[in-house]
Write a protein that binds this ligand. Sequence first.
Ligand code: SAM
Length: 212
Amino acid sequence: MEIIKHYFPNLTEKQIEQFSALQNLYAEWNDKINVISRKDVENLYERHILHSLSIGKIVEFEPNDNIIDIGTGGGFPGIPLAILFPETQFHLVDSIGKKIKVVTEVAKEIGLDNVVAEQMRVEKAKKNNYDFAVTRAVAQTSKLYHWIKPALRKNKPSLMEEGEFKHGILALKGGDLKEELANFKHFYRLYNLSDMFEEEFFETKKILYIPI
Ligand SMILES: C[S@@+](CC[C@H](N)C(=O)[O-])C[C@H]1O[C@@H](n2cnc3c(N)ncnc32)[C@H](O)[C@@H]1O
């Protein structure tokens, strides 16, 4: 938990309590339904929670923004981001029901009322309904883009300030993306997590941002 406080020093008491509760909740749920690897439960705060929160270092979600987490699994990056942005709405979707059960229970236990978790394939997401999509470890970039583009609200010129885009996809990616991005012809931007966090785990990790 100290690592979260170190990189996010302005958390409220409530947010600290919510983040702190996750360790026991995930340990318990992982015993029943395997949502993350056993080894990763030990590294929950660095490899799952802080990793998810990196998105909050590059984007400040607005109150009432509607965010979809594509293939949330055990709730990453959606749950940590919903704690960080309590006024923003999060729709966490996964095609596997037992994962959604874990996410629903975790959100309920920590009193997260800005999260709806639903068993659903992302291709079925409601059109023109979300400001951002977040995702980690689900699909290659071009697949993600085609899946979610119809569901995202388009950038209006009035929402763009000096080249800053307000809507789009924020995907947590790792390793060498050269091949994956070689045939991807749309505009994107990469942010290195090693510029934000000094832990070795983040050395090769990136956020891929695709405005829509
Ligand atoms: C490797 S897991 C990653 C889980 C989580 N995002 C994380 O990083 O811990 C990939 C997840 O994506 C889900 N998934 C794959 N394709 C999907 C689709 N088309 N719609 C919804 N969920 C999908 C799978 O069920 C699985 O839970």
